[in-house]
Design a protein around this ligand. Structure first.
Ligand SMILES: Cc1ncc(COP(=O)(O)O)c(C=O)c1O
Ligand SMILES: N[C@@H](CCOP(=O)(O)O)C(=O)O
Length: 465
């Protein structure tokens, strides 16, 4: 498979170079040249297979020709062997026709583990084959950082620097990022919000001298490999609920639009998905965009679902590209307008295409707290505040007979305060993470200043030596 940039002005790359590049050199995001197709009978044949087997089949067209099949199978089996549930991503029924897809059985209790556990191993494999090193820089609103650190800690060929917004992540999320004892891990607390961290990251990618000198690579969902790994659980869950004979809908708690874009990819590949519902918290830029046709940034509001406190939703660019009929000039003009005036208008046809496949809704603070309480009372199930945003929105959007799957993006114990305030119960960390909050913290505080952050990374990255 070859990969092209959404802005149409970067070199066409194979899978390994796309994964190592992270962001395209023209500032765009890489997407596959075409969507692989799975027929109904090919999807049917996946029924009853293990998560790892389905993962290999679904991802193979994206990596074929670049990684040997047996090696890929070994890497996938090892990655999902780290999950503490035999099904890897199990489904739990929470309502009459409503299910939560638990994506938080990995090492850091967040859906990010699904992709990170794979990418850490894939990158190692590719870098070893080339005898190269890389410097991974990531921006996080809380969960990506912990999952990336867990996946890359102690790896010989990479150093990892994670930029997180100081004071805006939960204490559990912070400790997951700051308590590693490995020398290749660097947690950086940035004065600002997640958008500032992501802005710094994109500026580093758009700075060729720095990018080259540290051999910059990224593991945010701007990296295609992240999306590829997340496509798999749409297949596994839909299969469990009767696909391909019965369509399924998904509601996805959304911030950077990576997780829901993976659902779009699954649908483009042939999985019968009726509707993809975007669920936002009070940072509702995407819900407003679908309603008004204008993507317009406002300030970031602090909520109880901090990982979704985002305004610049990077992967929306990938959807824009696809929904416009893959017109790179339309994407370039939208992104130029966003940079200049913090807004852009969607072209009429692009907006209609998006509205045909997606719906969107918002859960305000009190609504997500009420949802945690209500589900706990009625079914005994404890939601984290991000998943609660999803369940609240899903319940406003139910239509037709298709089962509604809400993506359960984090374990409630990552956000004990918000859960306790909502329903009076303080969720506990699993025993194997029981000492997390006693572990020693190690991080560096930096201002939101590109030069200062780049200098810090250059001084500590081994790839520069
Ligand atoms: C717990 C949780 N839920 C939802 C999201 C939103 O996912 P995405 O950024 O892929 O839209 C995130 C962050 O990415 C998260 O950490
Ligand atoms: N919510 C995310 C923000 C970054 O998202 P990513 O999917 O692009 O890595 C987080 O938890 O950091």
């Amino acid at each position: 498979m070859k990969y092209i940039s959404t802005r149409g002005q970067a070199p066409v790359l194979g899978f390994c170079d796309t994964m190592l590049a992270g962001l395209a050199s023209d500032g765009g995001l890489y997407v596959p040249e075409t969507w692989p197709q799975f027929s109904a009978s090919e999807i049917h044949a996946l029924r009853g297979r293990s998560y790892a087997e389905i993962a290999v089949t679904v991802m193979w067209p994206f990596v074929e020709g670049e990684i040997d099949r047996a090696t890929f199978e070994g890497i996938v089996a090892e990655a999902y062997g780290t999950f503490r549930h035999e099904a890897v991503c199990p489904l739990v029924q929470t309502g009459a026709n409503e299910f939560v897809l638990e994506l938080f059985h990995g090492p850091t209790l967040a859906f990010k583990d699904v992709a990170m556990q794979l990418i850490g191993r894939l990158m190692d494999h590719v870098l070893a084959g080339r005898d190269e090193r890389a410097t991974i820089v990531g921006a996080t609103s809380g969960d990506t950082g912990g999952a990336a650190i867990e996946a890359f800690a102690g790896r010989e060929r990479t150093d990892i620097f994670i930029l997180f917004p100081k004071g805006r992540v939960s204490p559990v999320q912070q400790r997951q990022m700051t308590s590693s004892t490995e020398a290749n891990v660097h947690a950086l607390a940035i004065e600002g919000n997640f958008d500032d961290c992501q802005g710094l990251l994109k500026d580093m990618f758009n700075h060729p001298a720095f990018r080259q000198s540290v051999k910059l690579s990224g593991v945010n969902s701007i990296n295609w490999a992240r999306i590829m790994a997340q496509v798999v659980y749409y297949f596994t869950s839909a299969l469990s609920l009767g696909a391909p004979d019965r369509p399924v809908s998904f509601t996805v708690p959304t911030g950077n639009f990576g997780d829901i874009f993976a659902g779009h990819v699954a649908r483009q590949m042939g999985l019968p998905i009726e509707c993809l519902v975007i669920a936002t918290n009070d940072n509702d830029i995407l819900a407003r965009t679908l309603e008004t046709g204008t993507y317009e940034m406002r300030g970031v509001v602090k909520t109880t679902s901090p990982s979704m406190d985002i305004q610049v939703s990077s992967n929306f660019e990938r959807l824009l590209f696809d929904a416009s009929g893959r017109k790179a000039e339309e994407v370039r003009s939208a992104m130029a307008s966003l940079k200049q005036s913090s807004r852009f208008d969607l072209a009429g046809q692009t907006l209609s295409t998006i509205r045909a496949g997606f719906d969107a809704g918002t859960a305000h603070l009190a609504e997500s707290a009420a949802t945690i309480r209500e589900i706990r009372e009625k079914s005994g199930y404890l939601l984290d505040p991000h998943t609660a945003v999803g369940v609240h929105v899903a319940r406003q959007k139910v239509r037709g007979a298709a089962p509604m799957v809400v993506l359960g993006t984090a374990h409630p114990a990552k956000f004990p305060e918000a859960v306790r305030e909502a329903c009076g119960i303080e969720p506990e960390l699993p025993a194997w993470l029981g000492d997390l909050m006693e572990r020693h913290e190690n991080f560096t505080e930096l201002p939101s200043d590109l030069k200062i952050v780049e200098d810090h990374i250059s001084r500590h990255a081994r790839a520069t030596r």
